[in-house]
Design a protein around this ligand. Structure first.
Ligand code: DGT
Ligand code: CA
Ligand code: CA
Length: 568
């Protein structure tokens, strides 16, 4: 609601730009809170709200009003003047609140269904300031939105699945609970959750599930399968499995389907029958009747592999030859090369907090990568400010015995392929992380040249979130990735696997491609909050899906070897 108020304030004209910023900032703060804002208010009242960064008296009052009454007067007033579903419409790429409001004024479009009708009648192309191309862009935007339809980010689905699993285990009703499906394979988005359970108390387990606070409604309930809709907007299938079938069920429901089809063909060739109940020989005896799926693979003469590999991308063939690589593990990651600190605008982390959290997670070094000056919205740093931060890093390091902070920056690659920080300052960095942040829709040739020129400058060590995509929100930038990878190889630049759940950039497919060029990778959390440092596992998931080994990862070594890699 606060974000939408900001959108509507923005329509009122430039005089209100400071209010727009205030509402945006407050919305950002609240969405990043670890704690539920209602809880915080219950505990600490209006005072507590006003202590949140960017939340002043007036906004705190609105929040209080909303918590107590379910309404926000300010929001309702604005809505009367701008009766448009901005939240829905601005999900369309390239559709800002301003454009949506123009469509409302001209064609009375209030929501998606109005917009679709207008598109059908080609009304938009005839509007002043819109035209054919603009109409086509809106149509494409809607298509993209639909394509992503209903798939939730792994970063939202996995913690929910784990919370449910933990509650089932804690209830004492289930002997074993395992999350399978695309979640176990660490796919970047998840269509639904698949949870397998062993329990001697089937009826009670199903009762427990349908009454969980996470569940909003029950789709179907049977003795061995219950399907529910979760409040977070995801479906979840629960299956009760007998102990003697558990291994087979885990293998089956982990998938993916194409992998399963291949494995079943191998079973048939070896005169077995494989299904979710077991691996049966000609006499109908289950020869892999354990809780462990590894047995199924073993009996078929195959080597077991981690679930992220199971996408039918050659892993079955490799497994038959017993050549499955030893994949990189979360514990192998000793450094985090992309961490923001409170020195630039969009983070609140202090060095102390970063070090203490990183240590807790088993890491031994971290690179501080505050934004550079072109990111003025985020109070990016100029040369002088970087030097000050570096001095502070030196000071902090003197006090640390078992941890190293590294000097870096998330330096902007400008439109002409140059970096927005001068050479002298870049030379002071332990390594340089650079990224594109603007003009993401530029044509392919222009974008390719921009990135390749930047890589050829010889000043970059890690290319941050190389495609700029935001899953379900923003398409990747257009660049010839073969040319990018080629240039990266020539200049010894590592590709980032950005572990933010909405980025996962590079994605698995691009990592597979980059690996063919012999490139190395940095798996980074891009943390803007301390809690983000735990996102590392999603980046490792991408790496596993691309079959990466420890040797492929520049930050899966000690700090000395990490730095040596970039000595040019
Ligand atoms: P999702 O939910 O779209 O993110 O992807 P999955 O992989 O979780 O797919 P889901 O939930 O439809 O089914 C879970 C697993 O069950 C799937 O990965 C493999 C297995 N499975 C589902 N349908 C079939 C099928 O028709 N044949 C075979 N062999 N396996 C299937
Ligand atoms: Ca699923
Ligand atoms: Ca399913």
């Amino acid at each position: 609601m606060l974000d939408e108020i900001a959108d509507m304030l923005d329509l009122e004209g430039v005089e209100r730009r400071f209010e727009v910023l205030a509402y945006r900032k407050a919305a950002q703060t609240i969405s990043a809170l670890q704690e539920d804002i209602g809880e915080l208010y219950k505990k600490r009242g209006l005072e507590g709200l006003m202590e949140l960064p960017g939340v002043g008296k007036s906004i705190a009052g609105s929040i209080e009003e909303y918590i107590n009454t379910g309404h926000m007067g300010k929001y309702d007033d604005f809505k009367k003047r701008y009766p448009v579903d901005f939240k829905e419409l601005t999900k369309i790429q390239g559709m800002g609140a301003r454009k949506a409001y123009k469509l409302y004024k001209a064609l009375k479009i209030r929501n998606m269904s109005d917009l679709r009708k207008a598109l059908e009648k080609h009304k938009i192309s005839k509007l002043e300031g819109f035209g054919e191309q603009s109409e086509e862009q809106i149509r494409k935007g809607i298509d993209f939105l639909e394509r992503s339809g209903g798939r939730m980010l792994l970063g939202n689905a996995l913690p929910e699945a784990e919370a449910i699993r933990d509650k089932l285990v804690a209830s004492g009703l289930a002997d074993k609970v395992l999350i399978c499906g695309s979640t176990r394979r660490m796919r970047e988005t998840v269509g639904d959750l698949d949870i397998l359970i062993i329990s001697g108390k089937g009826v009670k387990v199903m009762d427990f599930i349908t009454k969980m606070p996470e569940v909003s409604s029950t789709i179907a309930r049977g003795p061995t399968k219950t399907s529910v809709v979760l409040k977070i907007g995801l479906n979840c299938d629960f299956r009760l499995v007998e102990r003697k079938s558990f291994g087979a069920a885990v293998q089956y429901f982990t998938g993916n389907k194409d992998h399963n089809v291949k494995v079943r063909e191998i079973a048939i060739k070896k005169k077995y029958k494989l299904n979710e109940y077991g691996l049966f020989d000609r006499k109908g005896k289950n020869v892999a009747s354990g809780e462990d799926e590894e047995d199924i693979y073993k009996k078929l003469g195959m080597q077991w592999m981690e679930p992220p590999m199971r996408e039918n991308r050659g892993e079955v063939e490799l497994s038959l030859q017993h050549k499955i690589p030893k994949l990189v593990q979360l514990e192998d990651i000793l450094g985090d090369m992309h961490v923001h600190s409170r020195h630039s605008g969009d983070s609140t982390n202090s060095f102390e907090e970063i070090v203490s959290e990183a240590k807790k997670l088993g890491r031994r070094y971290a690179g501080i990568t505050d934004h550079s000056k072109s990111e003025y919205m985020n109070r990016g740093l100029d040369e002088k400010q970087y030097m000050k931060v570096f001095a502070e890093i030196d000071k902090a390091n003197k006090k640390l015995s078992d941890f190293t902070l590294l000097k870096s920056g998330e330096v902007d690659i400008l439109k002409d392929g140059s970096l927005d920080i001068n050479r002298k300052t870049l030379d002071e960095m332990d390594y340089v992380l650079a990224a594109v942040h603007s003009g993401l829709k530029d044509p392919k040739e222009k974008m390719t040249k921009r990135i390749v020129d930047a890589l050829n400058s010889g000043q970059i060590d890690i290319l941050g979130h190389p495609t700029g995509r935001l899953i379900n929100e923003r398409e990747p930038l257009l660049a010839d990735m073969d040319m990018v990878f080629e240039a990266a190889k020539d200049n010894r630049v590592a590709m980032e696997i950005n572990a933010q759940p909405s980025r996962l950039d590079l994605n698995d497919e691009n990592v597979i491609k980059a690996k063919k060029y012999g490139l190395k990778f940095a798996i980074d959390t891009d943390s803007h909050r301390i809690g983000h440092m735990q996102f590392m596992r999603y980046g490792v998931g991408v790496a596993k899906r691309a079959w990466l080994k420890k040797e492929d990862i520049v930050n899966a070594t000690d700090v000395g070897s990490f730095l040596k890699f970039f000595k040019k």
